[in-house]
Design a protein around this ligand. Structure first.
Ligand code: F55
Length: 819
């Protein structure tokens, strides 16, 4: 292997000794009594010793060089298991496998002991993880800042077909072997209290925050290991601990918690990740999480900056702060507060720094997902920040007045403060006003941000709104999860494709080569078998790997339209039973999805799919042609089995609703053909692979908007299409809920009397027709193989390395620094 990472230096005897030392000293075990889990933990700690050394060395080198860095602020990092991936990045996979073998341990079994750190909900959190991987792989100086949740995203199980949530204690009892506490980096965070005016020693009128209480932020670093290089960057996660002495004083006054701090009754600030994706709940504890995250992170950025001997005026020259959605927006008034109240800068000087430091990524257009916080809540919890937000808005309104004199309508629309019975702070508006760059996450999405969400902002700040199309790391999502395909690629294009995905385009030369097609499809077959084995072992369902494996894995949401997929399945069921002339290639429909615990319709859709699965999987009339498998507890480690095993990738959101999607990219890289709408990054994937190698269907964004304007009537489609009618009407019966008719009726009701907000019925006919085309084309295995190969070959645009280079060149102005 051409690795120049740690491979050369690997001392097997010393490594084995380190593992044995941890086994005995850290985990109080002997080689004779240790469980597989103890061996995994000891191995993890031994590996973390290596990465921690490189992390500290990287940190020192970057401080000494005064290198410009990006600080990626995100409430979520859905990193997935680290051990296997880090072994590959360190170039130590084979070496460590051999060392552990000599200790009597099988590396594959050890890796299965690791739990997923599920510190994110879905695409947004996973994107942050891919971005950290690409920053390290390309040695762009970076720190990731997040929260050290005690409980990650809930674990999902099904009881009688319904989702049940259980807490996810991802660190186990022993702690996570890759994390290292950094006690010297602890921060104190203030909350509540009031603001007072005072006059400083120069006679200036000043304001300061007199907090009502404080909490402590403890830093935990996870190593982000650069692929085949020596750089390791920190993913720094803040854990909230209560500040005992302060609270103790109040305790002694008989006011331990105090009516003023109701949110604290919910427990520790970093106890649990909020399980909502694309939905804003507005809970006080969530605001406290956001502020805690921002206060710790901004303080740490300033500690590093000032500690390296730089002046505060140089901040925007050396540091940039990327806000992953609006969740860390409160970092903006926090930095302004520190610059004004602590560094004693005037407003204009502070604004000149802050507005050149922050940039913001928008991930959604859905109105219900755009964050607003009640002004009263911010004023209570963060009184000084509320003053600063008012001042930002006041100055901004002056600009709006100058641009559109006397136009109160436009002022009402753009104001950071939304008027109404409860005044609300619009976090996205605050971001657009206060940052130097705002980006959407796919070309179409970024155009819609400009055209539909922020048209006036685009006029006011020309050039500020831009696009960076998302990407995914080819290390985890090809090399690590699909070793068979990786070996085939390396054989044809060389070994360096994981860092230069453009190289994979050379595979186009072999797309028509029948021998290559056979080998490519043999890899797919092995991957399908691996998934089928998992399903047999964990769900006791028998699957035929000659069937088309058709997979939809993503959070459960109406706009993602898992229920469109379900209606298609019901139509196939109906035809197989009622139409003797109907034939289809055997197909397995896989789903993986968590529903937000409070999202009733999403949970109903999960229940419906599970009930349909229970019936069709055991219905002899279907002769095994139709199977439905809902994989429980979908998470990164299962995604690593699912993406490589797919023939068909379902990317079927209502046009204009899915900002980008990133699973779409992972599927295509691994040789699945996409059935998708003209939404998010599907549009750019079609540009890359060509119309013949992707199955596009459904209304376009403008057609969706027009249909809604004209007054969309789902009944029109219902009455016109007997197959659609059959698929919907069976939901009223007890076909899938024997003895209990009506249990699935909520879905039908939502689609008919509920107005079908995501136009499922409007796209149904085209979706069915496009699936018929897929069925026909799959029967020609040579053509199918050609198309699958071209998908793998033509996905290089969607490497997150390219996304990160776009950010580095166009937004952050960052240069790589090699160790
Ligand atoms: C999480 C918490 C809140 Cl409060 C709101 C949203 C989310 C969340 O998980 N959003 C999310 O995953 N958005 C997705 O981001 C991806 C990365 O940009 C996109 O590909 C995807 O289209 C978008 O839905």
């Amino acid at each position: 292997m051409s690795m120049n990472g740690q491979t050369k230096q690997f001392d097997k005897a010393a490594f084995k000794a380190a593992v044995e030392k941890h086994l005995s000293t850290t985990y109080a075990n002997t080689a004779e009594t240790a469980t597989t889990r103890s061996w995994y933990l000891a191995m993890g700690r031994a590996l973390a010793e290596i990465s921690t050394g490189n992390l500290l060395a990287t940190e020192q080198k970057l401080a000494a060089e005064k290198a410009r860095s990006v600080n990626y602020l995100s409430l979520e990092f859905l990193i997935g298991r680290l051990t296997g991936n880090n072994l590959i990045s360190m170039g130590l996979y084979e070496n460590v496998a051999a060392a552990m073998e000599e200790l009597g341990q099988n590396l594959t079994d050890l890796l299965e002991e690791e739990r997923d750190p599920a510190l994110g909900n879905g695409g947004l959190g996973r994107l942050a993880a891919c971005f950290m991987d690409s920053l390290a792989a390309q040695e762009y100086p970076a720190v990731g800042y997040g929260l050290h949740y005690e409980y990650g995203l809930f674990r999902q199980s099904f009881v009688d077909g319904r989702q049940v949530e259980a807490p996810d204690a991802w660190r186990g009892l022993e702690g996570y072997p890759w994390e290292v506490m950094r006690p010297e980096l602890a921060q104190t965070v203030s909350l509540y209290g009031h603001v007072e005016a005072y006059t400083d020693e120069h006679g200036n009128a000043c304001r300061r925050w007199v907090p009502g209480m404080t909490v402590e932020g403890v830093a935990w670093d996870l190593p982000i290991v650069g692929y085949d290089n020596q750089s390791v960057y920190p993913l720094r996660l803040w854990e909230c601990r209560s500040s005992a002495p302060f609270n103790l004083a109040r305790f002694n006054d008989g006011d331990y918690v105090g009516a003023q701090y109701p949110a604290l009754e919910a427990g520790n600030v970093t106890k649990v990740l909020y399980p909502n994706d694309n939905h804003d709940q507005g809970k006080a504890l969530r605001l406290m999480q956001q502020y805690f995250h921002c206060a710790c992170s901004v303080a740490d950025i300033l500690r590093r900056h000032i500690g390296a001997g730089n002046t505060i005026e140089e901040l925007s020259k050396l540091e940039t702060i990327q806000l992953n959605d609006t969740h860390p927006t409160i970092a903006i008034p926090e930095l302004m507060r520190i610059l004004i109240d602590e560094f004693k800068l005037g407003w204009d000087a502070a604004w000149a720094i802050s507005s050149k430091t922050f940039a913001y990524t928008n991930h959604t257009l859905l109105p219900e997902a755009l964050e607003t916080w009640s002004e009263a809540l911010i004023a209570q919890m963060l009184p000084r920040h509320m003053e600063i937000i008012f001042e930002i808005n006041h100055r901004f309104m002056t600009l709006v007045e100058k641009t559109w004199p006397g136009n109160n309508e436009v002022k009402r629309k753009l104001s950071i403060i939304q008027e109404g019975p409860q005044r609300m702070v619009r976090m996205a508006n605050l971001c657009v006003v206060s940052t130097y760059a705002v980006n959407g996450v796919a070309a179409l999405h970024s155009e819609l941000v400009k055209r539909d969400l922020f048209p006036e902002f685009n006029e006011l700040f020309p050039g500020r709104l831009t696009n960076v199309t998302n990407g995914v790391t080819p290390r985890r999502w090809i090399k690590y999860c699909n070793p068979g395909l990786s070996a085939l690629i390396s054989e044809k294009v060389g070994e360096d494709w994981p860092l230069k995905l453009e190289k994979v385009a050379d595979l186009t030369k072999f797309a028509d080569d029948e021998a290559f097609q056979k080998r490519y499809m043999a890899v797919k077959q092995e991957n399908k078998q691996r998934l089928a084995d998992w399903v047999k072992e964990n769900m006791d369902i028998d699957l035929d790997t000659n069937a088309i494996f058709d997979i939809q894995i993503k959070r459960l949401h109406e706009y993602k339209r898992q229920h469109l997929n379900l209606l298609h399945i019901l139509s196939l069921y109906h035809r197989l039973i009622n139409d003797p002339t109907f034939d289809m290639h055997p197909r397995v429909f896989f789903f993986g999805a968590k529903a937000a615990p409070g999202y009733a319709l999403a949970k109903d859709i999960i229940f419906a799919i599970n009930q349909v699965a229970a019936k069709v999987n055991n219905d002899p009339r279907l002769k095994g042609k139709l199977k439905v498998v809902f994989i429980p507890d979908y998470r990164v480690s299962l995604a690593e089995i699912l993406f490589p095993a797919a023939d068909v990738s379902e990317q079927i959101s209502t046009a204009g609703k899915e900002a980008s999607g990133t699973g779409n990219m992972k599927f295509a890289m691994n040789g699945a053909l996409t059935i998708g709408t003209m939404d998010g990054a599907n549009v750019e994937m079609r540009e890359e692979v060509g119309d013949d190698n992707i199955f596009i269907f459904g209304l376009l964004v403008d057609e969706v908007q027009k249909l809604k304007q004209e007054g969309y009537d789902p009944y029109r489609y219902y009455h016109a299409d007997s197959l659609l009618r059959a698929a919907l009407d069976v939901l009223e019966t007890d076909e899938f809920t024997p003895g209990y008719p009506g249990q699935l009726a909520a879905i039908r009701h939502n689609l008919l009397d509920g107005g079908d907000p995501y136009l499922v019925l409007a796209d149904f006919a085209d979706y069915v027709k496009t699936h018929e085309k897929i069925d026909a084309e799959y029967r020609d295995q040579k053509t199918w193989a050609r198309k699958a190969i071209l998908n793998t070959a033509l996905m290089s645009k969607f490497s997150s390395d390219r996304s990160i280079r776009d950010y580095a060149n166009n937004i952050w102005k960052l240069e790589p620094v090699s160790r």
